[in-house]
Write a protein that binds this ligand. Structure first.
Ligand code: LLP
Length: 432
């Protein structure tokens, strides 16, 4: 039913998630509210973790990309499931460290980490700082020297792969703000420099080709290109790098019509390519890292809203306005992202209407979906936007001074708040 295993319809005809009636959740926690299923998250984390064992003989680490959804409870879950965490800012790093997440298993990304972010990473012993440029390498070496430490680093490489996804979430091509280019020789130069830079230990190389990718081919190609670079480094410097981080990007189901491949299949196919290429090139099998974000949490989450005004403009369209919008989900405004929307209290009825679901921000572009199928709805109905577990809460803003919704985690019919609803006092707390 619908897009995810954790979603169903109960005998009252109400949509459920994780065994909880969404209409009851809306009553108890208010709307808008993000709801996320813990079992689904753990299942996905285990799929990635276990496939590192199955396909790489345990010589690897699945690292959750927390930009998709970061809060303390999510970091605790990752620690319990034995995955690493990828962070891209001082805030994400702070959250992971604040729950005692093992620093060795933190991967710190970013194309412009600040001096203080780098200091915090070095002081706390973050296992892998993914260095984006030479300036950062030099800064890091100085910071580590001052603190009497050696920083574990990887380099972010642009492998020059064209993954078929939205332009804004493509990252592996040469015209990207992230990392070192391969074609120009920049990557090789950086590696040579790192090998003679004090207080840093180059553990390996990283690439990430983009997000919401359905094909396996671009991942296989990226692995090949990266291993060829490992081989070239071995030939030119005599050093065999130990770690290969292949990034994230596995696609999830937003629409009923979409059919992503099981994640185990990506892992199996890519590992076969890694093994084959290592043999062919005469290099040792590296320790492999992957960084799934969306695929861990995306389909585990939904957002519940209450319908307000329903405005029919004859021969044009019907606007169904909800009590949230681009402030809690900017993805349609940013990427024209697809979503399925269901009326939670009429989930058994046909989605017979074609409507535009609009938010409450003072902006015409504040839409969640245009020309989408929906049951016939009226004021007071509860809408569920599906597959909002990734890049919704984490990308939410206070535009129009709208407080961010809470995050409710559900599990086996029980619900608990893991992030509280913001208050107006909190939204204006820093005003002087
Ligand atoms: N590793 C690195 C270095 C990344 O840059 C990203 C995503 C990931 C891992 C995780 O990728 P995932 O498995 O989630 O596809 N805000 C956009 C997505 C931006 C992704 C940025 N980087 C969206 O809402 O679609």
């Amino acid at each position: 039913m619908y897009v995810s295993d954790c979603i169903d319809i109960n005998s009252a005809g109400h949509l459920t998630i994780g065994g909880c009636d969404t209409v009851e959740l809306a009553k108890e926690f208010g709307t808008p509210v993000y709801v996320i299923d813990e079992n689904e998250i753990r299942k996905n984390l285990r799929t990635f973790r276990d496939s590192m064992n199955e396909y790489y003989g345990g010589n690897g680490l699945a690292v959750y990309a927390s930009k998709a959804f970061n809060c303390k409870e999510m970091c605790r879950i990752c620690a319990q499931e034995g995955t690493g965490i990828d962070v891209v800012s001082g805030g994400e790093l702070y959250t992971a460290l604040s729950v005692g997440f093992p620093a060795e298993n933190i991967v710190f990304h970013g194309n412009n980490k600040t001096y203080s972010e780098l200091c915090t990473a070095v002081e706390n012993g973050v296992g892998r700082i993914v260095v984006d440029n030479i300036d950062e390498l030099e800064t890091l070496s100085r910071i580590a020297a001052e603190k009497g430490k050696t920083a574990g680093i990887m380099f972010r490489i642009k492998p020059g792969i064209d993954a078929h996804t939205h332009d804004f979430i493509k990252t592996g091509q040469i015209d990207s703000k992230f990392g070192f280019a391969l074609e120009t020789g920049e990557a090789m130069e950086a590696v040579k420099k790192a090998l003679s830079t004090p207080n840093v230990k180059l553990r390996g190389l990283h690439c990430h080709i983009g997000s919401q990718i359905f094909d396996i081919d671009p991942f296989e190609l990226a692995a090949k290109v990266m291993l060829e670079l490992f081989k070239a480094i071995k030939d030119e410097t005599g050093v065999e790098l130990e770690e290969l981080n292949l990034g994230g990007g596995f696609g999830i189901k937003y629409l009923e019509s979409e059919c992503p491949k099981p994640y185990g299949e990506y892992m199996k196919n890519v590992s076969a390519v890694v093994r084959e290429y290592c043999n062919k090139l005469g290099i040792k099998m590296p320790f492999v890292l992957i960084e799934p974000g969306r695929s861990v949490v995306g389909a585990a989450g939904i957002t519940l809203y209450t319908v307000g005004s329903v405005k029919n403009i004859p021969d044009i369209r019907t606007y169904v306005s909800i009590d949230g919008g681009m402030a809690d989900n900017p993805r349609y405004a940013l990427y024209r992202a697809d979503y399925e929307i269901v009326c939670a209290n009429k989930a058994n009825e046909d989605r017979s209407e074609i409507v535009t679901v609009a938010g409450k921000c003072c902006e015409s572009g504040d839409l969640i979906q245009e020309n989408t199928k929906l049951q016939k709805v009226e004021r007071g109905d509860i809408l569920a936007v599906l597959s909002t577990g990734a890049y919704n809460y984490s990308m939410a803003s206070n535009y129009n001074r709208i407080p961010r919704p809470p995050v409710v985690m559900v599990k086996d019919g029980e619900a608990r708040t893991v992030v509280k609803r913001e208050t107006y006092e909190q939204v204006s707390a820093n005003d002087i």
